[in-house]
Design a protein around this ligand. Structure first.
Ligand code: 4AD
Length: 436
């Protein structure tokens, strides 16, 4: 039975139709056979449904061909849909005809396979219900972010991936041969965004970001997607409040649209509801040190960046993301200005996620004092020649401005309640993995 493409419904749409004839197509998710019956649970991107093929209805000859259908065979199936409470998603399709589109070798992924095996077969593991749910949540989150910035009348602005300099520390740069020259893969969009605000004022983007991290932790990727924002005239307070607003908006959208997927991931949605409904506090780094000392008996002296263990301890006392501002100027990147009232502190912030998920956002006001920037770059051993374009921005009508970057995979890891950031991206790249 040939059907044109319009006549196929997604499994979800077919279930919404609830009764009558439907045509669906997808992949075999599970299957089971007896002498007269074959049960196929078919999956497409929308859902799964149990399909029943009866020898008596389909005819003996056709029934023989069902032996070719095994897990991940692609098929078109035609039949009558009915409510069936015992079926996995509450509906059953009584098959009148089917067509095998792509036959399938024995699918290598079955139950209880090691993390390494699943990583080696990532191109196939993406079809799992878990990965599908994560990818849908990621997509919803990113679409919500686009909507957020469109509503706020921001412009999308894209920067080069091949860049002449570092921004977040030379030690994590990936070097790329560029004809006869040397360039680096983007560590951030920021330096170019700081040029972009002079024409567009309020800008955002999302782009691939590369860091040759030497750490094999559950939160570091070598390639990740950073969602960045830069705003002319904004100060630290304005920008950190905007970051809260953005993340909360996207979280609320995920909660509104992706309940099914959060259920598949067995996420404790109650915790996300709390985070989406409460105010997100802002504290200073010095207050964070006080919390560590008084509530967690951890002594950290002023001047150190917070490590994962310290972030975790601080966040034991909060059930929403928290913005931490005013880290020690001494250990911060060159573009973060000192607070004029407390010169050992920088006008910068990180946002930490609850439940031990750690830093998800990093941002700051940008230094507009050319001499201070030069001093900090020289401190880091940088060649000022590579920053000429950046320094020019302070020469030609400079204005106060601020921005931040959201680690998309870190946020998705938190929202989905994952153990490892690697599951928040389709094809993770880490220190030890760059295939498939
Ligand atoms: O704090 P970072 O380094 O900030 C910047 O790059 C700024 N230039 C952004 C800006 O102001 N426009 O990185 C921002 C965020 C971190 O908070 C974290 O969520 C994520 O990017 N991130 C990583 N995510 C996964 N793997 C890594 N190796 C990451 N490094 C940073």
């Amino acid at each position: 039975m040939e059907q044109n493409n319009q006549q196929f419904k997604s499994i979800q749409e077919a279930m919404e139709q609830g009764s009558g004839k439907v045509a669906i197509r997808g992949w075999v998710h599970r299957e089971r056979k007896s002498s007269k019956l074959k049960f196929i649970v078919l999956r497409d991107s929308s859902n799964i449904i149990q399909c029943v093929i009866e020898k008596e209805i389909i005819g003996e000859e056709k029934f023989l061909t069902v032996k070719k259908t095994q897990v991940e065979t692609s098929m078109k199936i035609y039949g009558e849909i009915k409510k069936e409470e015992r079926a996995p998603t509450g509906y059953e399709l009584h098959v009148s005809d089917f067509e095998i589109v792509g036959e399938c070798d024995t699918f290598p992924i079955s139950r209880d396979q090691s993390i390494e095996f699943l990583a080696d077969n990532r191109h196939l593991w993406l079809r799992s219900r878990k990965m599908t749910a994560i990818m849908k949540i990621r997509s919803t989150y990113i679409q919500a972010r686009e909507e957020f910035f469109k509503n706020k009348k921001f412009w999308r602005f894209d920067a080069p991936i091949l860049q002449p300099s570092q921004c977040e520390g030379g030690s994590t740069l990936f070097e790329v041969k560029f004809y006869k020259e040397k360039t680096f893969l983007s560590q951030t969009w920021q330096l170019f965004a700081e040029a972009g605000i002079f024409s567009l004022e309020k800008i955002y983007n999302m782009g691939p970001t590369f860091r040759a991290e030497k750490s094999k932790t559950s939160r570091h990727l070598s390639e990740f997607w950073m969602a960045e924002t830069e705003v002319a005239w904004a100060n630290l307070q304005d920008i950190s409040e905007l970051a809260k607003e953005e993340l909360k908006y996207c979280l609320k959208q995920v909660l509104a649209e992706r309940q099914e997927e959060l259920k598949i991931l067995e996420r404790d949605v109650g915790k996300l509801n709390i985070a989406s409904n409460k105010e997100w506090p802002t504290i200073k780094y010095r207050e964070a040190l006080k919390i560590l000392k008084e509530k967690s008996e951890m002594e950290v002296s002023f001047g150190k960046d917070l490590r994962t263990i310290e972030e975790e301890k601080i966040m034991e006392h909060f059930d929403t993301p928290v913005v931490v501002t005013h880290y020690p100027k001494e250990v911060m990147a060159f573009y973060k200005p000192k607070d004029p009232d407390f010169p050992d502190e920088a006008l910068c912030f990180d946002m930490l996620a609850p439940e031990g998920y750690g830093e998800i956002v990093g941002g700051s006001q940008r230094d507009t004092d050319m001499e201070e920037i030069k001093k900090a770059l020289e401190r880091d051993g940088e060649d000022l020649e590579n920053y000429k374009f950046y320094l020019d921005l302070r020469k030609y009508g400079s204005v106060p401005h601020s921005g931040y970057g959201v680690g998309i995979e870190r946020v998705i890891t938190w929202i989905c309640g994952l153990d490892n950031v690697k599951d928040a991206i389709a094809f993770p790249r880490t220190m030890t993995r760059w295939t498939p």
